[in-house]
Write a protein that binds this ligand. Structure first.
Ligand SMILES: Nc1ncnc2c1ncn2[C@@H]1O[C@H](COP(=O)(O)OP(=O)(O)OP(=O)(O)O)[C@@H](O)[C@H]1O
Ligand SMILES: [Mg+2]
Length: 528
């Protein structure tokens, strides 16, 4: 239908526009538009860009809308070539026109970008459709161009695409993360339907309980539960179904090997599904039980230790009154054995025996009170009187050991104290002092007891001996129970003293004596 020579003609006209070609478009323009004003109206009002090109790619007509592509006015288009107005796409347009002429077929969907010289609309896009117009003989006489500005559509398409991509990436990332957590979790995760039938379990189930996933899906927890836990679990599932959240619910669940593991559950219901997390707390429970056992054992041990310390303290403290009882009893016997028994002396020794017996019983009472930590406040007491009494009590032993006792007692305020207990303190310190001087031969054996007020209401008592002194290495250990350097010592004396003094709110300490021996300091607070 299209003869090759005709195509050549078009080509030559395009290459060198002549008056004849311009006339030809002018003629076409007149023919098409001037005679058809309604066609012109369509051009002026259509919401799309329209143009009609001659076969040598000149504009026969163009509407205002289409000029937006290149920014040149409508008038400046008519009769001019595509090469002049939109040089950048001219080659593409010429090829298109050529193809339509060759095939007789329209070409649609060709995208064209903005062509303004200042490139201000370079990001705008039009979609163009190219249709041939034929004359009465069927010969193609020109090409009709329709162009739609699709910039906005393309932008929203791109934005939508980007959004979709990011969304997809996010969904993918989140799905991956959740899957990772699901897989690596050591807690047992389960999703079940509202009847408790397992829909999905994580690998921790197999790791903890030995059951493969396939054996769990579709079943409920009940068949694996310890028979004693079934009733509770049933009730808890009902509560869960009623919308309650399960917290720290404990059950025993059967391992594939037949043993039971303790699981602590948290679960909640949402949209007809139960979401559960269970933690294996078997080891924790075992450890807790062991701890409980250990605590019980410790309590027993400490009870036994207290008992041992108490009996040691009683034994220690009644040694002195028992010794005195035996001595007095022997003395009494001797008075009786005389040819004329001296009954007055016997009566006297019996009185002593009775007093020592009472004291022994008081000692037992006060040791028990000390361990029970009861009755912390005693009656007001004159410490000087107590010192004198105690020295009198030990006077026989002190005399026998050739010890010179020196008293320097100041006027003292009354202090709250348990007489029997403080007596034991002073007596134990005196006994130790006497024992430390037993082997002293080259100097006087002196025992100096001083007392003076302390902080106005309190009392300070010191007991100094001229004995062997205390090895500095032992200075603090001497107050420990069972610490002794003596062959027949129990190591209880000072431990008892310190606990009595401290129970009175006071302190007991030691310092080296000058030039020999040691000094024990008792400080007791006054009435508050
Ligand atoms: N005045 C002192 N001089 C030197 N060493 C002392 C003196 N008092 C105590 N010690 C030392 O402190 C140690 C502990 O004294 P503590 O009275 O607690 O026990 P003990 O006298 O050994 O035995 P016991 O239980 O029979 O009293 C003594 O073994 C001794 O080494
Ligand atoms: Mg002692």
């Amino acid at each position: 239908m299209h003869k090759p020579e005709k195509l050549k003609q078009i080509g030559s006209r395009r290459a060198a526009p002549t008056g004849r070609a311009a006339l030809s478009t002018q003629q076409l323009h007149e023919h098409l538009y001037d005679r058809l004003p309604e066609l012109q109206l369509i051009y002026d009002t259509a919401p799309v860009g329209l143009a009609f090109l001659s076969l040598d790619c000149r504009y026969v007509q163009i509407n205002q809308r289409l000029t937006e592509i290149c920014g040149i006015s409508v008038a400046d288009h008519i009769g001019r070539s595509v090469r002049e107005t939109v040089p950048a796409v001219a080659a593409q347009v010429e090829q298109l026109v050529q193809a339509i002429v060759d095939t007789g077929e329209p070409v649609t969907g060709v995208e064209v970008r903005g062509q303004k010289a200042d490139r201000s609309n370079a990001d705008h896009v039009w979609i163009t459709n190219w249709h041939p117009l034929r004359n009465a003989e069927g010969r193609i006489i020109g090409i009709n161009v329709v162009a739609e500005d699709i910039t906005e559509r393309k932008r929203s398409e791109a934005a939508l695409r980007e959004l979709n991509e990011t969304l997809e990436q996010r969904v993918q990332a989140e799905t991956y993360e959740r899957l990772q957590i699901w897989n690596v979790s050591q807690d047992l995760l389960v999703i079940a339907d509202s009847d408790g039938r397992f829909l999905n379990v994580n690998p921790a189930w197999t790791a903890t309980l030995g059951w493969p996933e396939a054996e769990l899906i579709g079943r409920t927890l009940l068949w694996m539960l310890h028979p004693d836990d079934r009733e509770n679990a049933h009730a808890e599932t009902k509560r869960l179904a009623a919308g309650h959240v399960t917290q720290r619910f404990l059950t025993r669940v059967r391992h594939k090997d037949g043993s039971y593991r303790w699981l602590s559950w948290k679960a909640a219901q949402d949209k007809g599904c139960i979401y559960g997390v269970a933690r294996d707390v078997t080891e924790l429970r075992d450890a807790e039980n062991k701890l409980l056992e250990a605590r019980q054992e410790l309590a027993q041990v400490s009870r036994r230790t207290t008992l041992a310390a108490m009996s040691a303290a009683i034994a220690h403290e009644i040694r002195q009154p028992l010794g005195a009882i035996v001595t007095n009893a022997n003395a009494g016997l001797r008075w009786l054995d005389r040819s004329t028994p001296d009954l007055a002396e016997v009566r006297d020794t019996l009185k002593h025996i009775s007093a020592d017996g009472h004291r022994a019983s008081e000692v037992i009472q006060s040791v028990r009170a000390m361990f029970a930590k009861s009755d912390p406040v005693g009656a007001p007491l004159d410490a000087n009187e107590l010192i004198r009494e105690t020295i009198a009590m030990a006077s026989d032993e002190l005399e026998a050991a050739k010890i010179d006792v020196q008293l320097e007692l100041d006027q003292l305020p009354m202090i709250p104290a348990h007489r029997g207990q403080l007596q034991q303190v002073v007596l134990n310190i005196l006994t130790n002092a006497a024992e430390s001087m037993r082997n002293v031969e080259d100097r006087a054996r002196t025992l100096r007891v001083r007392s003076k007020p302390f902080n106005s209401a309190g009392v300070a008592v010191s007991v100094q001996d001229s004995g062997t002194g205390i090895d500095p290495e032992h200075a603090e250990r001497i107050f420990d129970a069972f610490f002794t350097t003596k062959n027949n010592g129990m190591g209880m004396g000072l431990a008892i003293c310190r606990s009595i003094v401290e129970a009175h709110g006071g302190t007991l300490s030691v310092s080296p004596g000058v030039p020999y021996g040691s000094v024990f300091h008792i400080v007791l607070p006054g009435i508050q």
